[in-house]
Write a protein that binds this ligand. Structure first.
Ligand code: COA
Length: 431
C-alpha cells in the first residue's frame, strides 16, 4: 500500500480521533506554537466520559481549557515548564509542576519515567515521501510522540515544513485530523528602556563570530536589536523568534563561523509572527532538533564563542540565581537555562550570561538581594554563575570571592537600594 492510501485511511474528524483516549491515560500535548488546539478542544468535549486523564506539556501558546475548575476529576495538567495559560491553576494547586531540565525532558518519556499513552501533536502536511514535519515545535514534542502508544496528529496546512531531525512518517500516526488555521502569534516589540540598556551592555560583550542562545522573556529581542553592527553571528538555541530573521536579512547572522553545525541555525522550537513562520518553511539554513540534542551541554560546548543569555527574577549577593519562582510561588521552570549556562561555560571563548532588570514592581523591589526570598528555587547555582547584567552594568562573578561578588552585585543594583544592600552585606559578614 502506498503512503497516500495509508494516510487517507487515518483521516477522521476531531471527535472520532479522540475516541481512543481512556480514563487514566497520560496524554502529551504538543508544545509551544505547535500546540494542537482543535484536538485539545475535542478532548475537552469528552470530559464527561473521562476520569483522571493527565495532560503533560511544556509551554503551550494556545488556551488550556483543561485547567478550568469545571474539568476537575476529568483532567489534571502537569507542566514541565509553566506557561501563562496554566500558571494560576498551578499556583492554586489545581495543576501540577514537574521541575526538569529541557535537555532531560525527552529522557522522561523514553525511559518511561513519564510514560505517554497518547501524544496529540500538530504536524505539517506530508511531503511526497509521506513524511510530516513537526514544524515549529520539535524539541520535546517529537521525542514524546515517538515514545507514545498512539499519536493523534492535527495536520495543519499552515504548519511550516522545518528541516533537521524534525520528521515523522504517516505510517506512525494512529489518526489524522486535517485543519487549516494560523499558528499562534507572538506579540512583537514594546521592550522596556531597562531591557534595551541591558541589551546594549550584553551586545558590548559579544564578539563577532559568536554563536548565540537566547532564553525566554522580553530580553532576547532587546539584545538582538543591539547587534546591528556585529558580523557573522550564529544561532544555537532552544527557541528563536523574528529578531533572528531580521538580523539574518541584514547579513549579520550568517552562521559561517560556527564550529558545530556550521552554516545552520539550530533550535528546538520557534515562536513569532507570520514572517518567522514563512522564513523557516523549507529553509535549509534552519534545523530543528529534539532538546536532548540541542540542549545537551556537551553539544552546546562544541560551539566556540558560545554566548548564552538567560533572564532571571532574582539574584542574591553570593550569585544564586532564581528564574522559576517568586518566593515559593512557581512562575515558569528551569527550561534550558542551566543546560546553556553549563554548555557556554565549557565552550572555548564562551560567555554564560544571566540578565535581569535591577528592580521589579515599579522600583519597589530590588531584584538583587542579600538572600533569595524564602521559598525561591535556585535555578543557576553560585558555582555555575559567571556574568550578571542589569541596566547598570556587568558583574563578573566567576572565580570571585563572596566579598568580591557582593560588591560587584551591589555596584549594578538600582542606586536606591545600594546603601541598604551594603549595610546588610556588612552585617552578615559578606563585606
Ligand atoms: N519579585 C517580585 N516580582 C517579580 C520579581 C521579583 N524579584 N521579578 C519579577 N517579578 C514580576 C515582574 O514584575 C513581572 O510581573 P508582571 O507580569 O505583573 O509585570 C513578572 O514577575 C515577570 O517578570 P519579567 O522580568 O517581566 O519576566 P520575563 O517575561 O522577562 O521573563 C523569566 C523572565 C526569568 C521569568 C523567564 O526568562 C523565565 O521564565 N525563565 C526560566 C528559566 C530560563 O531562563 N530558561 C531558559 C529559557 S527556556
Amino acid at each position: 500500500m502506498n503512503w497516500e492510501d495509508i494516510y487517507r485511511r487515518k483521516v477522521v474528524d476531531a471527535g472520532a480521533a479522540m475516541s481512543c483516549v481512556e480514563s487514566g491515560n497520560s496524554i502529551y500535548v504538543g508544545g509551544g506554537a505547535g500546540a494542537p488546539s482543535v484536538l485539545v478542544d475535542a478532548l475537552c468535549g469528552r470530559a464527561a466520559e473521562l476520569r483522571d486523564v493527565q495532560l503533560i506539556h511544556i509551554l503551550t501558546f494556545i488556551d488550556a481549557p483543561y485547567v478550568d475548575p469545571k474539568y476537575e476529576g476529568s483532567f489534571r495538567s502537569n507542566s514541565l515548564f509553566i506557561g501563562h495559560n496554566v500558571r494560576k491553576a498551578v499556583q492554586e494547586g489545581r495543576a501540577d509542576f514537574t521541575p526538569i531540565f529541557l535537555s532531560e525532558i525527552p529522557g522522561l518519556f523514553q525511559k518511561k519515567i513519564l510514560p505517554i499513552d497518547v501524544a496529540i501533536v500538530a504536524l505539517s502536511p506530508p511531503d511526497e515521501h509521506g513524511f510530516c514535519s513537526f514544524g515549529v515545535e520539535v524539541g520535546t514534542t517529537k521525542p514524546a510522540a515517538e515514545s507514545a502508544r498512539h499519536i493523534i496528529a492535527e495536520v495543519n496546512q499552515q504548519m511550516p515544513r522545518t528541516l533537521g531531525d524534525s520528521f515523522i512518517h504517516v505510517s506512525r500516526l494512529s489518526q489524522v485530523v486535517e485543519v487549516d488555521h494560523p499558528l499562534p502569534l507572538a506579540v512583537q516589540g514594546g521592550n522596556t528602556p531597562e531591557n534595551m540598556r541591558i541589551g546594549h551592555h550584553i551586545a558590548g560583550m559579544i564578539p563577532d563570530g559568536a554563536t548565540l542562545q537566547m532564553g525566554i522573556g522580553g530580553l532576547p529581542d532587546a539584545v538582538l536589536q543591539n547587534l546591528t553592527n556585529h558580523k557573522d553571528l550564529g544561532i544555537h538555541t532552544e527557541l528563536f523568534s523574528d529578531g533572528v530573521v531580521s538580523l539574518f536579512e541584514q547579513g549579520i547572522i550568517t552562521c559561517s563561523r560556527k564550529t558545530f553545525h556550521p552554516g545552520k541555525m539550530v533550535a528546538g522550537f520557534l515562536f513569532g509572527t507570520e514572517q518567522l513562520y514563512r522564513f523557516v518553511d523549507n529553509n535549509a539554513i534552519v534545523e530543528l532538533h529534539p532538546t536532548d540534542y540541542v540542549n545537551d551541554p556537551f553539544n552546546i560546548a562544541l560551539n566556540d564563542n558560545m554566548v548564552a543569555i538567560n533572564a532571571a527574577l532574582q539574584v542574591d549577593l553570593t550569585g544564586q540565581v532564581c528564574a522559576d519562582s517568586i518566593g515559593p510561588v512557581f512562575y515558569s521552570g528551569v527550561g534550558g537555562q542551566l543546560d546553556f549556562i553549563r554548555g557556554a561555560a565549557r565552550s572555548k571563548g564562551g560567555l554564560p550570561i544571566i540578565a535581569l532588570p535591577s528592580t521589579a514592581k515599579n522600583d519597589t523591589i530590588s531584584r538583587i538581594s542579600l538572600m533569595l526570598p524564602e521559598g525561591s528555587g535556585v535555578t543557576t547555582t553560585r558555582n555555575d554563575v559567571h556574568f550578571i547584567v542589569t541596566e547598570y552594568g556587568v558583574a563578573e562573578l566567576y572565580g570571585k570571592t563572596i566579598r568580591q561578588r557582593a560588591q560587584a552585585l551591589i555596584n549594578i543594583a538600582h542606586p536606591k537600594f545600594r546603601d541598604e544592600l551594603a549595610f546588610a552585606a556588612k552585617k552578615i559578614g559578606y563585606l
